[in-house]
Design a binder for this molecule. Structure first.
Ligand code: UDP
Ligand code: MG
Length: 325
């Protein structure tokens, strides 16, 4: 039996500082894997340029002219990490037996791909890369991530703990993934839903080799909220519960204040009034915001807009001539 064709998909957004090194290291690794007969000689690296404003595409394009195993996919505009990843997965699917997704910043130990391949040979269709410890992440990131996992779990969404988007999937898995047509696809939630034979491989996560994180706090929060609202309606239920509780509490206090009033106490009542106005106002706004969040989701989904737009696909359609890019 011949070795499986592996494609390593790397989403890149403004990664010019680290990309040359990433390409070098991944090419080295691929060569080793081919020599060890773990993967076929047809295996490729697919770099997805997610609408970068820097020279990321030039680096990818030039590398693809020099090295036959390096391929590029250029998105017409920035579609976000998840969408860039999906673009790469779906483009690579036809010509690959299995696909590994990894970030461009070399934070994830690339040598673990060897373990991924061994697991694939053992018959696993999904292999999750799981971080041993997160001591290279900032204190804040570590704890916010921890809180996120706990929250997701409490809301009944099963995601793999300390697993980012570093994983191997067989072609079959990616084909099934394609049937999930929601525009807002949260991979870490969907992949475990697919089933299939899966396993985990542990590794140490390092610091970003160069460049800055493309996930500042704002994006991280949006990502977390997206994850929760696309999988769980618990927040809506929780809000209704809070509504009921505050309703009964206010009934109780109303009765109590009436009782005081008829027994001769002339309280000004300002404190309780103002507190309840603020409290209820706050709760109502939270509730409205949450409902808006879901409605926004429905709105986005009903439009059925494409998740990403491909400008150039050098993986499936290699260019005959160099062009000005
Ligand atoms: N990324 C992307 N599009 C974006 C933001 C990020 O393709 O809009 C890529 C980025 O180049 C990197 C990966 O997604 O390869 C993860 O981003 P980053 O390392 O900045 O996130 P962090 O590890 O800090 O969470
Ligand atoms: Mg990173």
């Amino acid at each position: 039996m011949s070795e499986p064709v592996l494609t390593i998909v790397v989403p890149c957004y403004n990664e010019e500082e680290v990309l040359p090194e990433t390409i070098r290291q991944l090419r080295d690794l691929l060569q080793q894997l081919i020599a060890e007969q773990l993967v076929s000689e047809q295996s490729k690296l697919l770099f997805v340029d997610d609408g970068s404003q820097d020279t990321t595409w030039t680096i990818i394009y030039k590398a693809s002219l020099r090295y036959p195993e390096v391929k590029g996919l250029k998105l017409a505009r920035n579609a976000g990490h998840q969408n860039a990843l999906l673009a790469g997965l779906f483009a690579a699917k036809m010509l690959s037996d299995c696909i590994v997704s990894i970030d461009a910043d070399l934070q994830d130990d690339i040598s673990v791909i060897r373990e991924f391949m061994k697991k694939f040979h053992e018959g696993y269709e999904i292999v999750y890369g799981v971080r041993n410890k997160r001591d290279t992440d900032s204190f804040f990131k570590r704890h916010s991530a921890q809180g996120f996992y706990k929250l997701m779990k409490a809301m009944g969404v099963h995601i793999v703990y300390n697993h980012a988007d570093y994983r191997l999937m067989s072609r079959r898995v990616v084909e099934e993934l394609e049937r999930f047509e929601e525009v807002n696809l949260f991979l870490r939630g969907i992949v475990p839903l697919l089933g299939f034979r899966s396993t985990t491989v542990y590794y140490d996560r390092k610091e970003r080799l160069a460049g800055e994180t493309k996930y500042p706090l704002k994006k991280m929060l949006a990502f977390a909220l997206d994850g929760i609202t696309s999988f769980s309606i618990t927040p809506i239920r929780f809000i209704s519960l809070v509504g009921f509780v505050s309703f009964f509490v206010s009934l109780f206090f109303g009765a109590y204040f009436l009782f005081l009033k008829f027994n001769g106490y002339t309280q000004t009542g300002w404190t309780s009034l103002i507190t309840s106005i603020w409290l209820l106002g706050g709760l109502q706004l939270i509730a409205l915001g949450l409902i808006g969040e879901y409605i926004g989701k429905i709105y986005k989904e009903t439009k059925r807009r494409p998740r990403y737009i491909i400008d150039l696909d050098l993986f499936n359609f290699p260019l005959p001539l160099p062009v000005n890019h």
